[in-house]
Design a protein around this ligand. Structure first.
Ligand SMILES: Cc1ncc(COP(=O)(O)O)c(C=O)c1O
Length: 350
């Protein structure tokens, strides 16, 4: 089901399952905009989102999940730290609690990871990013894998399981496509999250080259990440494709085609270092977007994560010196050369 934006896809995917008084449990490392959506608009609609910080702590999951919980939410490759979510583990928890698992695969895309095979029941995308691929259209998608058994669930999902007197339920009408149908009828149609025809066309066109673009920007990212690790002005590189990264074994297990092209790099001298670097880049654009043909950088602490308090940012690993990279399709050597020019300016800080 296509939607008018990635935010609309996330809202539609969850809103069909949860209403006022219900809860969602999410992994803590998710896109900043989603965290804001959950903390502001979802809260106003009476839907609480609780976070689990340690995926491997069953006690933390079990404490967070209550009878009101309607879904578990996670991302494949959270941005900006490329800190892969172990979806096999999260899916195990979801199954144990008889909950559907909803996964945002915007950064991974199906070209790198088939999220359904890792246990996702429902997948959401911001097609604004890699799927359209050229920064030309805002859109989103909700994908129903048809794997969650709504009919025999211990949880209640009125929009899917019940119908007005004399009418058939979504399950009776559509079987294992009941969820997708409910998203279309009860959310996209009612609220107006529909995709525009032109955006639908642009997504379709973008998908034709998705695998090629993902292969190229992922290969380029690994080369750039390896180079960055060697630079004296760089204090850390958060890219799971690197052998030194704590998520590398997960990358080898679940991401044989690589861990994408969105990752973080920590620059010496904190915010001052980042400012010098960014002001001296010419090929990399200073933009909030990701997943474009063009390479982009942004300082999360003063953009995507600026509304969070100090403690939350520290806990999420969003340091003052962190810069997010989204690697595009330019020649890798040119990107490295341009970045080196920026780092030369950082070196002059002393
Ligand atoms: C992982 C992720 N999900 C969802 C979104 C929201 O998408 P949109 O900008 O299409 O609303 C973004 C945007 O950056 C994102 O990075």
């Amino acid at each position: 089901m296509l939607t008018s934006s990635g935010q609309a896809a996330i809202t539609a995917a969850l809103f069909v399952l949860a209403g006022s008084g219900d809860k969602i449990v999410s992994t803590a490392s998710i896109y900043g905009g989603t965290r804001i959506l959950f903390g502001r608009s979802f809260k106003r609609m009476g839907i609480d989102v609780d976070y689990v910080w340690d995926l491997y702590s069953d006690a933390e999951w079990d404490a967070a999940i209550t009878p009101e919980t309607k879904a578990i939410y996670a991302e494949t490759l959270p941005n900006p730290l490329n800190d892969i979510t172990d979806l096999r583990k999260v899916s195990e928890v979801a199954k144990r609690h008889n909950l559907p698992l909803i996964v945002d695969n915007t950064v991974g895309t199906p070209a790198l990871v088939l999220t359904g095979q890792l246990g996702a029941d429902i997948i959401v995308h911001s097609t604004t990013k890699f799927m359209t691929g050229h920064g030309t259209a805002v859109g989103g998608a909700v994908v129903d894998m048809g794997t969650y058994d709504w009919a025999n669930s211990k949880r209640s999902y009125p929009l899917i399981q019940t119908a007005p007197a004399g009418k058939r339920t979504q399950i009776e009408r559509f079987g294992n496509r009941a969820y997708a149908s409910a998203v279309r009828e009860a959310v996209v149609n009612d609220i107006g999250f529909a995709v525009s025809p032109l955006t639908g066309f642009l997504i379709h066109q973008g998908l034709e080259t998705l695998s090629l673009r993902m292969q190229r920007n992922t290969e380029s990212s690994l080369e750039i990440a390896r180079w960055l690790e060697e630079q004296p002005e760089v204090t850390a590189v958060a890219y799971a494709g690197l052998e030194s990264n704590p998520y590398h074994s997960l990358a080898l297990r679940d991401y044989p085609r690589g861990t994408g092209s969105v990752f973080g790099v920590e620059i010496k001298h904190g915010k001052k270092g980042v400012r010098e670097l960014v002001n001296n880049l010419t090929l990399w654009s200073h933009m909030t977007g990701i997943g474009d043909t063009r390479s982009m950088v942004i300082h999360p602490r003063t953009s995507t994560h600026m509304s969070f308090d100090e403690e939350t940012n520290e806990r999420l690993g969003i340091s003052e010196g962190l810069l997010r990279l989204s690697v595009g399709l330019e020649t890798t050597a040119d990107l490295i050369k341009d970045f080196r020019t920026g780092l030369d300016a950082v070196a002059k800080i002393g």
